[in-house]
Design a protein around this ligand. Structure first.
Ligand SMILES: [Zn+2]
Length: 346
């Protein structure tokens, strides 16, 4: 580990790997979780030329969000190192795999790349995406993310910790404005991965002296969720999005009640993977955010290549999550395949 790094994580990739392998062994008898059908292609609910919000799912935590000329990204992962490699050996960004997927999208004008926490699946591919594709984007995340993407990354001047601006259920945080998009970080947490155990937990308090090599060196830091407003010409909210990239036990991860009372969320993006490690996810979030529509991200197995047949992450019963969601939410819910595009009307 690099000097200056404080961590409660396993001190080597091998230890974390052994834990992961134990977990896999325990789950081996169960096999991959079966889930209901996902959605693919384009879900276009907005009339042509209408004032629409466009959302493209890139897999794991990754989305492209666009409204008019304003565009932002949430941190994608395409490298998908295999399960045993992630647990036992070194991992790094697979730039040819990133190129294969990102070259299909024009994100040159993306204003920011948002990351909720600094685990490898939410940060490792970000430097290449930022240097090659989202070349004008600021990279926003927690303090650990800013310290992890230090000089080695080539994007250290573009990374900002926005932890200090957090809001929560009781407190309206600070809006950060980028063009006609404003973003508020929300105080959140990271649910355990299995059996109460959270992998790669800890903070990086000083800039890393070199690139992380093991998954266990990508520590989460203080997890953030986000409220994202796309504004119209009159500075009114055209679309309000809630984004989380990790399951969290409520009321952590909540948006301020005072904001939601005035303007509920148009689209809430929830993470189903490992939802059963906490209570009342997703029910409490539906109550807090009052979303019009719900999208599920970070639901698929990211230990296999992106082009492999999509299957659910083995740690969670996604269908059970969807059933619980259906009980408290009557609106539309989609669980997209990678590349699915949504167009929603105002
Ligand atoms: Zn994580």
């Amino acid at each position: 580990m690099t000097g200056g790094t404080k961590t409660t994580a396993p001190r080597s990739g091998a230890v974390a790997g052994a834990l992961l392998c134990l977990c896999l062994t325990a789950l081996g008898a169960v096999g991959c979780t079966r889930v209901g059908p996902s959605v693919d292609g384009t879900v276009d609910l907005a009339p042509p030329g209408d004032d629409a919000l466009e959302l493209t799912y890139l897999g794991t935590g990754g989305w492209i969000m666009s409204h008019g000329d304003d565009q932002i990204l949430t941190a994608p992962l395409f490298s998908n190192p295999g399960f045993f490699q992630t647990g036992l050996w070194t991992i790094s960004a697979d730039t040819s795999e990133i190129d294969r997927w990102m070259s299909g999208y024009d994100v040159r004008n993306a204003r920011v790349i948002l990351s909720g926490h600094a685990h490898y699946d939410h940060l490792m591919d970000v430097p290449h995406v930022a240097k090659r594709y989202a070349t004008n984007a600021r990279i926003l995340g927690n303090r650990t993310a800013a310290n992890t993407l230090s000089a080695w990354s080539g994007v250290e001047d573009r990374v900002e910790s926005i932890e200090e601006y957090v809001g929560d259920q009781e407190t309206v945080g600070t809006w950060l404005r980028y063009g006609d998009v404003r973003i508020m970080p929300l105080r959140s947490r990271h649910a355990p991965h299995f059996d109460g155990y959270t992998l790669y937990q800890g903070s990086v308090d000083h800039p890393l002296e070199r690139e992380p090599r093991y998954a266990s060196e990508w520590l989460d830091g203080n997890t953030l969720a986000y409220l994202i407003d796309f504004l119209d010409a009159a500075d009114s909210v055209a679309f309000r999005i809630y984004y989380q990239d990790a399951v969290v036990a409520p009321p952590y991860g909540f948006a301020p009640d005072a904001l939601i009372e005035v303007r509920p969320v148009d689209v809430a993006i929830f993470v189903p993977a490992t939802f059963d490690q906490v209570d009342w996810h997703p029910e409490a979030f539906v109550a807090n955010l009052q979303p019009k529509r719900v999208l599920l991200g970070h639901w698929e197995d990211f230990f296999v290549p992106v082009h492999a047949e999509t299957r659910s992450i083995f740690l969670s019963d996604i269908r059970h999550f969807e059933k619980r969601l259906e009980r408290v939410f009557a609106g539309d819910v989609w669980r997209p395949e990678i590349g699915t595009v949504f167009r929603f009307p105002r």
